[in-house]
Design a protein around this ligand. Structure first.
Ligand code: ADP
Ligand code: NI
Length: 217
């Protein structure tokens, strides 16, 4: 099989697994991340085979939906890649990206050790901000039964993955606990520029949200 055929068949498998997912980690998220990753990959001159496979497989078993288990994603990805007879060195690289890509709280650094990892992490994080990021945050919050906003619960800058994972606070808090922090955690220049505009959109959204909440508009 050619690399293109392997990518296509992994894409088909991922699509079947994630189609209809209701928390903003659905196939459309994967497709957007895949496209953005290809775009960044070209500018950054990264290895496109690794980038595309990691983009496609990065949420195949997200730890947030496996009770905090960070090993489920890389394990399932490894099985899928073995099924396509992908070389071990590529599988290891892709699984390392999947294992380290995720945001785990404001106080926890999530450095990516390779250019390919940086590209996929940026693509994933760009999809968490801007208009789509706002929509996904409320979709995720709704899927976990969280309220939109609770004036009595303040945002927290989580210092451990467990505290971040176990926090059940309102979705607006998530903007301060993660989304607004992402623009300064982008790796590539292109993503930094795209993030700036999406960040400002979120700021405007929050401004309007609070004005409406307080009955000022
Ligand atoms: P990451 O792996 O960095 O968390 P994902 O691709 O899994 O990135 O996307 C996380 C998505 O889920 C984001 O759009 C984010 O807004 C949403 N999300 C995660 N945690 C929460 C939360 N506590 N409240 C609202 N949305 C959340
Ligand atoms: Ni993702």
């Amino acid at each position: 099989m050619t690399n293109t055929e392997i990518i296509q068949s992994i894409a088909t498998e991922v699509r079947l697994r994630l189609e209809g997912e209701g928390s903003g980690h659905d196939w459309w998220h994967i497709l957007r991340v895949w496209n953005m990753a290809k775009h960044l990959c070209e500018i950054e001159n990264a290895d496109s085979f690794v980038v595309e496979l990691a983009a496609l497989l990065h949420d195949v078993a997200d730890w947030k939906f496996h009770n905090g288990d960070e090993t489920a994603g890389p394990r399932i990805a490894r099985d899928m890649l073995n099924g396509q007879h992908v070389k071990d060195s590529i599988i290891n690289h892709v699984c390392e990206i999947i294992a380290t890509i995720s945001f785990k709280g404001a106080g926890i650094p999530t450095p990516m050790s390779t250019l390919e990892g940086k590209v996929v992490q940026d693509a994933d994080r760009l999809d968490a901000i801007g208009a789509i990021g706002i929509a996904r945050a409320f979709a995720y919050g709704g899927s976990k039964g969280r309220s939109l906003y609770d004036p009595n619960t303040k945002p927290t800058q989580h210092q451990t993955k467990e505290a971040y994972f176990n926090s059940g606070s309102a979705t607006i808090n998530h903007f301060y606990e993660k989304l607004l922090l992402l623009k300064d955690r982008m790796n590539t220049r292109t993503a930094k520029a795209l993030a700036q505009q999406r960040h400002e959109f979120i700021i405007n959204f929050l401004d309007q949200f609070f004005r409406e909440w307080e009955g000022k508009v």
